[in-house]
Design a protein around this ligand. Structure first.
Ligand code: UDP
Length: 235
């Protein structure tokens, strides 16, 4: 197999494969926060996130969500359909937390009557700014119809995910998704779903996600391991 490194990200390296339409994502033992300002090597993180994300994407595929996920091929690696990533971080919030709590001066953990979807422009140089639908159109990232699809699809995915995490005693506070255009121009879910890009609280309000690293609350891999073990009980 001719695996050429195409892109090296903060949490994953992306390689080409013999198939034009398929890429190999290799999960790294690296944690970053605050746009890369805080950075650490954490042994075992790549394996855990590949396990967790593969598990979730398999379930999403089975539930009829169109995703890039093909299969997990080793501890750290998975095969994905090649997509052209849409440069948006699509964030959905079920409860207040993080930047939302800061922006509006509200405490964390307040249930939102209707989940809120937000867009951030994926651009490290600009620090991923918060943008609205009209900015998305100005930047020619997506049309009205595509914007509507991204929001609806994210809400649909939230219903599935919230239910699965509820089954294992975890509250899905918020999460970030990325989408891409496949070879036919169809928008499909891409990137990953792991405790790196969501917030999960247990019944005692313990943070079971990357906030453990961001806020220095303990061992990240201990917490991710618990999430992984709990996931096995989802129906
Ligand atoms: N998030 C992410 N990547 C980012 C920024 C945020 O995966 O570059 C996730 C984060 O883990 C959380 C959600 O998006 O689950 C909302 O994050 P928020 O805007 O509150 O920012 P934070 O305070 O986490 O930086």
């Amino acid at each position: 197999m001719s695996n050429k490194l195409l892109y090296s990200g903060k949490a994953k390296d992306i390689f080409s494969t013999d198939d034009e339409q398929v890429i190999l994502a290799r999960y790294k033992d690296q944690a970053t926060a605050f746009n890369g300002v805080k950075k650490e090597q954490i042994a075992g993180k790549g394996v855990l996130n590949n396990q967790i994300s593969s598990f979730i994407f398999e379930k999403l595929n089975a539930a009829g969500v169109a995703t890039h996920f093909i299969e997990k091929v080793s501890d750290t690696d998975q095969l994905n359909k090649k997509v052209e990533i849409i440069p948006l971080e699509v964030v959905l919030r079920n409860y207040t937390a993080g930047s939302f709590s800061k922006r509006f001066g509200v405490e964390e953990g307040i249930a939102l009557e209707t989940p809120i979807v937000e867009f951030y422009y994926k651009n490290d140089d600009l620090d991923d700014p918060f943008i609205n639908d009209e900015h998305v159109k100005f930047l020619k990232i997506a049309s009205d119809q595509e914007i509507a699809f991204l929001k609806e699809e994210t809400r649909r995915i939230n219903e599935l995910l919230s239910d699965w995490f509820r089954q294992i005693g975890l509250k899905l506070i918020d999460f970030k998704l990325e989408f891409g255009f496949d070879k036919d121009g169809k928008i499909i879910l891409a990137d990953e779903f792991s405790p790196d890009n969501c917030r999960l609280w247990d019944a005692e309000y313990h943070h079971m996600d990357k906030d453990v690293f961001r806020r220095g609350l303990g061992e990240l891999t201990d917490v991710y391991q618990v999430v992984w073990e709990k996931l096995q009980a989802i129906k």
